[in-house]
Design a protein around this ligand. Structure first.
Ligand code: ZN
Ligand code: MN
Length: 144
């Protein structure tokens, strides 16, 4: 969905949108870096110096509750936010924390899991982690 479509849907539900909130949404839809709330704050602040971190969190929570964005949590690391709310896989770098989209189809396991366990399976999560190309280059450089 585009920002305009999301704004329209939320307006129908009576959600008020300020230019700041719109900037948060547009930034998230236009990036695949999975930014933290702090990073979103710094980006939006450049255009709207009056924006508060509270506005960032309120807006992210609202967008999440309505299913337009995803929050990715990784243990005690800061949450990351994803403008693509459809299930997809990520690879996380254990050195620098970078999170990259994996453009692969979802594993077709839910029916099998349902059959084996008797659960009505509604979804699944799968996380990959390792060292990103930049970090492994740095590591190699340090060893030489
Ligand atoms: Zn890395
Ligand atoms: Mn993603």
């Amino acid at each position: 969905m585009t920002a305009i479509e999301i704004l329209k849907k939320l307006k129908e539900k009576g959600v008020r949108f300020t230019p700041q909130r719109q900037a948060i949404l547009e930034f998230l839809l236009g990036t695949d870096t999975h930014p933290t709330a702090e990073e979103i704050y710094h980006h939006v602040k450049a255009k709207f110096p009056g924006v508060s971190l509270g506005t960032i969190y309120n807006t992210l929570n609202m967008l999440k509750e309505h299913g337009h964005i995803m929050e990715l949590s990784y243990g005690d690391m800061c949450s990351r936010f994803d403008g693509n709310p459809k299930n997809h896989y990520h690879v996380a770098c254990t050195d620098c924390g970078r999170i990259v989209d994996l453009h692969s189809p979802l594993l077709d396991l839910e029916q099998e899991v349902g059959e084996k366990t008797g659960f009505l399976v509604q979804g699944h999560r799968l996380e990959f982690y390792g060292v990103c190309p930049e970090c492994s280059t740095h590591k190699r450089a340090k060893m030489n």
